[in-house]
Ligand binder design. Sequence first.
Ligand SMILES: Cc1cc2nc3c(=O)[nH]c(=O)nc-3n(C[C@H](O)[C@H](O)[C@H](O)COP(=O)(O)OP(=O)(O)OC[C@H]3O[C@@H](n4cnc5c(N)ncnc54)[C@H](O)[C@@H]3O)c2cc1C
Length: 336
Amino acid sequence: MRHVETIIVGGGPAGSSCAAELVRARSDVVVLDKARFPRLKLCAGWITQKVMDDLALTPETYPHGIEKLTIKTHLRGVPFAFNGLPTVGENYSIRRTEFDNWLLKRSGAEIIEHQVKVIEHDEAGGRYVIDGEYSCVNIVGAGGTMCPVRKTLFPAERMKSRQIATLEKEFEYPQRGGTCHLYFLLRGLEGYAWYVPKANGYVNIGIGGKSRWFRNTGEKIHDHWRAFIGDLVAGGMLDEDTAEGLKEGGHPYFLYTHDGEVKNANAYIIGDAAGLATVDLGEGLGPAIESGILAAKDILGQASYEKTAMTKYSFGGVMQALARRTIGRYHTRGRA
Ligand SMILES: Cc1cc2nc3c(=O)[nH]c(=O)nc-3n(C[C@H](O)[C@H](O)[C@H](O)COP(=O)(O)OP(=O)(O)OC[C@H]3O[C@@H](n4cnc5c(N)ncnc54)[C@H](O)[C@@H]3O)c2cc1C
């Protein structure tokens, strides 16, 4: 059995941010991830200035492609003049396959490819035991929306979830436009669609909405996807041949209410494992990084890890109210 002070389950942005902070303090830490990096991650890859600041990152110091975004919002298919983004500074897009791999390597932590299955808490010994192979004093669940640490160590009845259905495709399309578009309530969809240009001629197109809305209305997400692709072709944003060959992919995504705990004895959940994506847009990279850093500071005895410290909304003002119709309606505690 390998003994480590802190084991982080999951090496996405939440896990790697936590790892980087612990490594910086010379704390004993290992990251276990089931995937071999670089790995594919479905994501539009929009990041805010705050994300850049929290990572001490500038476009000049990032070694991969990064695109500065101009964001245009549309309501029911009609351009909406006010985009309402409260972000101070710029917005950017990155490709997750590059970004996550770079962040994880940059953390300096030891990374082991291992799919975590069974977690036991040996209370008498003050340790968590993982698959009978690893043991640790602190365990950090950063395994995303299906994190095994959350499932095992955090009571399900306090973590109500809301399921989001998503479809998206990222592909090379050098003739793409330079503006990022967000489409709210398109054909009544309780969700939104996006067109995010990325550096080096890539674009990410996607659609997401409340699973409950699809169930209740009998509408099919694939029909909405095809209609959206048709709009992009009609608007000259995508050519017909490319549109026909697009093979979209998706997976259900869970947002948890903010009522459950994020810390339980020496177990922590961060990022998507704790359902921290913003309640209006499901923007999860910022809160994942914020929570990773704060959980590490809690482990180091430098701060207290509280869910209320994390960014809760992407938008401000009227756009926040509108966007809450798309994915979030839960009353949650936290900072606005
Ligand atoms: C379609 C879509 C588009 C999105 N677009 C945006 C966007 O534009 N901007 C934004 O801010 N957010 C966006 N999000 C949300 C964002 O992707 C997440 O909030 C973010 O990835 C959370 O990071 P994380 O580190 O918590 O989890 P993840 O990035 O999911 O990382 C979890 C890691 O845990 C590993 N893992 C899982 N299970 C195990 C296991 N049993 N054992 C070991 N390892 C395990 C996985 O391999 C993975 O590497 C989007 C989400 C979706 C679904």
